[in-house]
Ligand binder design. Structure first.
Ligand SMILES: Nc1nc2c(c(=O)[nH]1)N[C@H]1C(S)=C(S)[C@@H](COP(=O)(O)O)O[C@H]1N2
Ligand SMILES: [Mo]
Length: 329
């Protein structure tokens, strides 16, 4: 049985509503649900009332079209904009969840360039406006599962990283991709603390980076990214723990050797290179079998089971065929 079905969740199937209908307004959501013929039978009153908040409309809008990528739209209810933008991990602005929302205003997101270098035939620097125009922007709704045990559902705007990587033509030596993010002490008060090795850096295997679900995100809820969520451009790798999804990217390097990421450097026995979401492989200090969905806490809080590869097993499972996922955590 589908793990969410038996807990009373009934959603219209993804082919019947568009991503923006999923969050644009309570009325649209109800209409979409009714059109899909499922009604609200399986929803508790609390779920029906706790509609996703729409974005405040203070940031520029980003036009996008529905994504055709398999798995790009999960039908879990999107987390409220307020929660997505006030409960963050962005250690460059401090380690408390509220710090990025409070302090990221100092981040200068323009002008902004992302340089792509290393094992590529056509190394290049892209200005943010060129990047935005490089491929059609798509609406995608992904689960995001933090290694700490909480999750959200975020309606992103962006396109597959593969579209960018193809432009620079990786050479035969490119086996991995390293991501480097901004480290500017004048703009980022959190850099004063040595909690991580700055700049924040992450890595993927080339085939993971080329997977269509791997997203270069420029926005959420139909608007440009709020600074605390990694403006002006970030990575989103939905089947991996959230720390793999590096914010505010400035450099992408194609390399031959497996990169060591900031979190692996800080605690190699706790945060491995792969960090695929896996309910069967516990963190050394806590279980990863279940998660708390942000916005669902409170009196009627219930934990959700964590899904293998965060629910994207059908799309990405083959990337890890034959691998011991306990060893390659
Ligand atoms: N540069 C940078 N990127 C980062 C982080 C960070 O501290 N710095 N935190 C990561 C972690 S642990 C998570 S869970 C996600 C959180 O993304 P969100 O705040 O947009 O939900 O961003 C990831 N990307
Ligand atoms: Mo995280």
């Amino acid at each position: 049985m589908h793990p969410l079905k038996d807990r009373g969740y009934q959603h219209p199937i993804s082919s019947e509503i568009t991503p923006r209908e999923a969050w644009q307004s309570r009325r649209q959501w109800l209409q979409a649900a009714a059109l899909a013929g499922t009604g609200l039978a399986g929803w508790t009153a609390r779920e029906a009332l706790a509609q996703p908040a729409s974005p405040p409309g203070k940031l520029p809008r980003l036009a996008a079209t529905r994504s055709g990528v398999a798995g790009a739209i999960v039908m879990d209810r999107p987390t409220a904009y307020e929660d997505i933008t006030r409960y963050n991990n962005f250690y460059e602005f401090g380690t408390d969840k509220g710090d990025p929302n409070r302090l990221a205003g100092s981040l200068q997101t323009r002008p902004w360039t992302v340089s792509i270098e290393g094992a590529v035939h056509k190394p290049r620097s892209f200005g943010i406006d060129d990047l935005l125009k490089l491929a059609p922007l798509e609406d995608r709704i992904y689960r995001l599962r933090c290694v700490e045990g909480w999750s959200m559902v975020i309606p992103w705007v962006g396109y597959s990283l593969a579209q960018l990587l193809r432009q620079v033509e990786p050479t035969g030596n490119a086996k991995y991709v390293e991501f480097v993010t901004l480290a500017n002490p004048a703009q980022m008060p959190g850099l004063r603390r040595g909690v991580l090795d700055w700049p924040y850096h992450e890595g993927l295997r080339l085939d993971e980076a080329m997977h269509p679900l791997t997203l270069l995100a420029f926005g959420l809820y139909g608007e440009v990214l709020p600074k605390q969520n990694g403006a002006p451009v970030r990575l989103v790798v939905p089947w991996k723990y959230g720390f793999k999804s590096a914010k505010s990217l400035v450099k992408i390097r194609l390399v031959e050797q497996q990169p060591v990421s900031s979190w692996t450097q800080a605690a190699p026995s706790e945060y491995g290179f792969y960090s695929n979401v896996n309910p069967q492989v516990d963190h050394p200090r806590w279980s990863q079998a279940s998660e708390r969905r942000i916005g669902e806490d409170g009196l009627f809080a219930r934990k959700r089971p964590t899904l293998m590869f965060n629910g994207y097993e059908a799309q990405v499972g083959s990337l890890y065929a034959g691998m011991d996922l306990k060893k390659y955590y």
